[in-house]
Ligand binder design. Structure first.
Ligand SMILES: C[S@@+](CC[C@H](N)C(=O)[O-])C[C@H]1O[C@@H](n2cnc3c(N)ncnc32)[C@H](O)[C@@H]1O
Length: 220
């Protein structure tokens, strides 16, 4: 078992790997995943029910596919660890004239935001990709306001036992190519002490879960 320093360097190596992988995907991401995950993106946006003057954080904003959905009176901050994915999001920001959007190159597992900053936080197809999902969730809780809302949207496989067994089997391969590892979301939410307010299955074959949680953490 690696010690604390060892674990840290494993995470650094994993983050560098993710940056490399998404530097490649940045060119084809919208063509590959834009349509496939479009339904989930719309349902998530409606479930978020963002009001005027609220502040939203998109963790792992990627190429910014959902940025044009927000009204201009909503302050949206997107962070991502991949410069190339952010560059694509920046192009959307300019194309759609999204003066309400700010984008930052930042690691979701240690964010430079103060406690209690955002009304709503969404992590869309991110929680299975980050090296340390629990730490990322605890950061999300920290920067989300008390009683704010946290939304997790992620591919979790379909309900068919044979297919989901196969998916678990190929999980290390999926992880290697940056498409996310198998994560027991219910377990993760329990460990993060996040209680689910509501959830829906979305996208083709209902293969993704969209979960809404209330931020119950009390921070100064
Ligand atoms: C599958 S993409 C999802 C992009 C977007 N949220 C969407 O729904 O289309 C995963 C994104 O998470 C980003 N990511 C991975 N690890 C990260 C980390 N530790 N901090 C911030 N972003 C990260 C990747 O660079 C990539 O852009």
């Amino acid at each position: 078992m690696p010690g604390h320093g060892g674990l840290l360097s494993v995470k650094v190596v994993m983050s560098e790997h993710i940056k490399k992988v998404y530097s490649f995907y940045s060119w084809i991401y919208d063509a590959l995943f834009g349509k496939i995950f479009e339904h989930g993106r719309y349902v998530a946006f409606h479930m978020m029910d963002v009001k005027a003057n609220e502040t939203v954080l998109e963790v792992g904003v990627g190429t910014g596919l959902s940025l044009p959905l927000y009204a201009k009176d909503v302050k949206v901050v997107g962070i991502d660890i991949s410069r190339e994915m952010l560059d694509k999001a920046e192009l959307k920001k300019q194309y759609y004239n999204l003066s309400n959007v700010d984008l930052f190159d930042m690691d979701a597992s240690s964010m430079n935001f103060a406690n209690n900053t955002f009304d709503k936080v969404i992590a869309s197809h991110v929680i299975t990709v980050v090296p340390d999902p629990l730490r990322t969730l605890s950061e999300i809780k920290r920067v989300c306001k008390k009683d704010g809302e946290i939304f997790i949207l992620n591919y979790t496989g379909c309900n068919n036992k044979v297919i989901s067994g196969f998916e678990k089997f190929i999980s290390p391969f999926r992880d290697k190519i940056g498409l996310g590892k198998h994560v027991d979301l219910d377990d993760l939410l329990r460990c993060a002490n996040l209680s689910v307010l509501c959830e829906r299955r979305v996208n083709f074959l209902e293969m993704c879960r969209l979960i809404k949680c209330k931020n119950n953490s009390v921070l100064p």
